[in-house]
Design a protein around this ligand. Structure first.
Ligand code: ADE
Length: 237
C-alpha cells in the first residue's frame, strides 16, 4: 500500500526537492510513497489570485485567507489521512509521532507562509499544528520536507534493517552510541578495544552504556524521561 503525501503550498516547485533523491527518491519511484502537490494560489481570489490579507486588529505581515485555504484543503481527496499544519506554534514533532504517522495511510501537509493562517480554517477543517523545533523558519515547506523524510525512511523496504522503527535507539529514548570503522588507528586515535574483541555481549553492554552516557550529558530532558520509563529494578531481599 502506497503511503500518500499531499502538500498544500504556494511553492509547489520546492517538492519533492531533496526527497526526489537517494532512498526517498527511489521509494517514490517504486511507489512506496506518493506525492501530490496542491498550489494554494490556484484557489486564490482576483486577477492576482491573492491568498493573503492584512491581519484583523492591525500589525505587521499578512495572514492566509480562510476561504482560500479551505478550498485548497477541500480539493484533496477526503480520506482518513491526518491534516497537519507545519507551524512553530504546533506540538513538537517526536519520533513516536513519526512512527505513528508512517504506520498510517499518509498525511495532508499544509505549509504556512506569512504571519500565519486564519485561525478559523484550522478549527473548521480539524487541522493539527506540528512544529519541528523551537526556531522560526520562513515557511512550512522545509518543515514538511523534514516530517516527510522522517516518515518515509520508516516505510517498509526503504531503509532495510537499519531503521526498524521502534527498535531504533532514538525511539527507545536514548541517543545513538558512537560508531567506528577501519582503519584501526586514525590520527593516533584507536578504535575502542572492546569493539574489536569479538565479544558480542561486551560490545552490546559498551554501546548501551555509551548511549546512556551521551544522553545523560547532552539531553538531560531525554535522560529524565528515559529513567522514569526504565526504573532500576530493586534486588529482591
Ligand atoms: N514554520 C515555520 N517555523 C516552523 C517550525 N519551527 N516548525 C514547523 N513549521 C514551521
Amino acid at each position: 500500500m502506497t503511503w500518500r503525501a499531499s502538500v498544500l503550498t504556494i511553492f509547489p516547485e520546492m517538492f519533492p526537492g531533496p526527497l526526489g533523491m537517494s532512498l526517498a527518491g527511489k521509494a517514490l519511484a517504486a511507489g512506496t510513497w506518493s506525492l501530490e502537490t496542491v498550489d494554494i494560489r490556484d484557489f486564490g481570489t482576483g486577477i492576482h489570485r491573492s491568498v493573503d490579507d492584512t491581519p484583523s486588529g492591525g500589525g505587521p505581515g499578512m495572514v492566509m485567507k480562510a476561504d482560500v485555504v479551505a478550498r485548497a484543503i477541500d480539493s484533496v481527496a477526503a480520506d482518513d489521512r491526518p491534516r497537519l499544519l507545519m507551524s512553530p506554534r504546533g506540538r513538537p514533532l517526536t519520533q513516536q509521532r513519526v512512527i505513528e504517522l508512517s504506520k498510517g495511510p499518509g498525511a495532508v501537509l499544509l505549509c504556512g507562509r506569512f504571519e500565519g493562517i486564519d485561525e478559523r480554517v484550522i478549527e473548521a477543517r480539524g487541522v493539527e499544528e506540528v512544529s519541528i523545533g523551537d526556531y522560526v523558519l520562513s515557511g512550512g515547506e522545509i518543515a514538511s520536507l523534514v516530517l516527510l523524510d522522517a516518515c518515509i525512511r520508516l516505510l517498509p523496504g526503504v531503509m532495510g534493517k537499519a531503521a526498524s522503527g521502534e527498535e531504533e535507539s532514538f525511539a527507545q529514548g536514548l541517543l545513538e552510541y558512537p560508531h567506528f570503522t577501519r582503519p584501526q588507528v586514525f590520527e593516533g586515535r584507536p578504535i575502542p578495544e572492546i569493539l574489536i574483541s569479538g565479544d558480542h555481549a561486551k560490545v552490546a553492554a559498551w554501546r548501551r552504556s555509551e548511549a546512556e552516557r551521551l544522553t545523560r550529558d547532552r539531553r538531560p530532558d531525554l535522560w529524565a524521561a528515559w529513567k522514569a520509563r526504565n526504573p532500576v529494578k530493586k534486588e529482591p531481599n
